[in-house]
Design a protein around this ligand. Structure first.
Ligand code: 6PG
Length: 463
């Protein structure tokens, strides 16, 4: 009998099947179009058995059945689940690994529960290589099903810095896909940070080999990270004597998870300027492309920068500061979700399972362990980050010429606002109360007050 089934044999599904098979599992595979299944069968991987009919594939499984669904997020997932339900029996488990919205997962769990089937929503990160050699896995759902499938997921997961599998039970409902969504929001921000540092280098006319060297060296110590590792590789690629990156159109695509992160943060009243700036930068790139006929030649006077300002220390600490603010904002959303949805996502576990396999893995994660448990440690982290980011802002200010630097500025605003003794929001309160009697609080009296702006209408305490 086969140990599990994988439905959906695009690159991720195919590689995940190979990963399971390499760990000694007998994997039944099925794809909507048989051609893909045939292609995989032709590779003759020991432990992978292809099926032309979904029903045959499911029949071949040991009981209780485990079916991994790795099809395109959205309608295809619903369609696959609909097809699976009549073929499954009570206590079987579907593990849905697409980049699904956590609310969709919730609805699918309800549907499956009605049919006595468990649905585990499982975020997966690491791209093609991760699926093959070890991804970071973010599952959530019913406890009974989880205890059954966790050992299976542990087999194929990447390893954290201590050699433990990068998978954990994130709790109930859609919290697994929620954490994956946050992962992607952070991914957007870290990438935008790298892109902005690259842009500064271009702007300053730093030689290509030196750009590579700056990034290569930045990928060490506390900023060692997968994204910086691949940054060097992407930058190094040459075609016909010029960097290939220069031939790529400057419009960033996206599949929606970054936007969901920002939407969710707004719903939960969490300020995430760094992550939002990264999303907006992608959106702006399409708009800018549409407005290309309006492009003007912006003056770039690069002489005004002191050459000693753009140092390795500057590059590394700017990236470090942006990475820290990106992670912190993602974690803040998870904290708010725990409160709002009555979840119990363990931040330490999240930071641990992101150490291996996933796109945002980096050494910075170790600095954040327990950060929200210790106000002093958090304050120190904000202070150090402020120093890093403000030096970036100062370097940018010393360059005459115009260039958008959304993430540097957003990260600076974030930490400086959090550390400021006063903000100008007292003025917002004054204006709101003046025109709409929305009330304000006073420094020396408890309660909320309104008024006192017009003669004969004194300030009064609000109920
Ligand atoms: C991962 C990635 C992956 C994501 C891509 C594309 O963790 O392996 O996050 O799941 O789909 O990075 O995302 P965008 O198209 O939105 O950039």
């Amino acid at each position: 009998m086969n140990n599990l089934a994988i439905i959906g044999l695009a690159t991720m599904g195919k590689n995940l099947a190979k990963n399971f098979a390499s760990k000694g599992k007998q994997v039944a595979v099925f794809n909507r179009t048989y051609l893909r299944t045939e292609e995989l069968i032709s590779e003759q991987v020991i432990g992978i058995i292809g099926y032309q009919e979904l029903s045959e594939c499911i029949k071949s499984l040991e009981i209780p059945r485990v079916v991994v669904v790795l099809v395109k997020a959205g309608e295809a997932v619903d369609h696959t689940i609909e097809q699976l339900l009549p073929l499954l029996s009570a206590n079987d488990t579907i593990i849905e690994m697409g980049n699904s919205h956590f609310r969709d997962t919730l609805a699918r769990q309800t549907l499956c529960k009605k049919n006595n089937i468990y649905l585990i929503g499982c975020g997966i990160s690491g791209g093609e290589e991760g699926a093959l050699y070890g991804p970071s896995l973010m599952p959530s759902g019913d406890k009974t099903a989880m205890s059954h499938i966790l050992p299976l997921l542990e087999l194929i997961a990447a390893k954290d810095f201590n050699g433990n599998p990068c998978v954990t039970n994130l709790g109930a409902e859609g919290s697994g896909h929620f954490v994956k969504m946050i992962h992607n929001g952070i991914e957007y921000a870290m990438m935008q940070g790298i892109a902005e540092v690259y842009d500064m280098m271009r702007f300053l006319g730093i030689e290509h080999e030196d750009q590579v060297e700056f990034f290569n060296t930045a990928n060490s110590g506390s900023t060692t990270s997968y994204l910086l590792e691949i940054t060097t590789k992407v930058l190094k690629r040459m075609e016909q004597g010029i960097p290939f990156i220069d031939q790529i159109v400057d419009v960033a695509g996206s599949k929606g998870t970054g936007k969901w992160t920002v939407q969710t943060a707004l719903e939960l009243d969490v300020a995430i300027p760094t992550i939002s700036a990264a999303l907006m930068a992608r959106m702006m790139s399409s708009r800018a492309q549409a407005l290309k006929p309006l492009v003007i030649d912006l003056e770039h006077e690069i002489e005004s920068i002191h050459p000693t300002l753009f140092t390795q220390q500057f590059v590394t600490s700017t990236l470090h500061g942006i990475f820290v603010t990106s992670y912190l904002q993602g974690l803040e959303i998870i904290l708010a979700a725990n409160k709002q949805y009555d979840w119990n996502i363990d931040l330490k576990e999240v930071l641990r399972i992101w150490q291996g396999g996933c796109i945002i893995r980096s050494q910075v994660l170790t600095e954040l362990n327990g950060i929200f448990d210790s106000p002093v440690a958090l304050q120190n982290l904000y202070t150090d980050t402020l120093e890093e980011i403000s030096s970036a802002v100062r370097v940018l200010a010393s360059l005459s010429g115009d260039m958008p630097r959304p993430i540097v500025h957003a990260s600076y605003d974030y930490v400086v606002a959090l550390l400021s003794e006063t903000l100008p929001t007292n003025f917002i309160q004054g204006l709101r109360d003046y025109f709409g009697a929305h009330g304000f609080e006073l420094k020396d009296k408890p309660g909320s007050y309104t008024g006192g702006w017009y003669p004969g209408r004194p300030m009064t305490k609000m109920e």
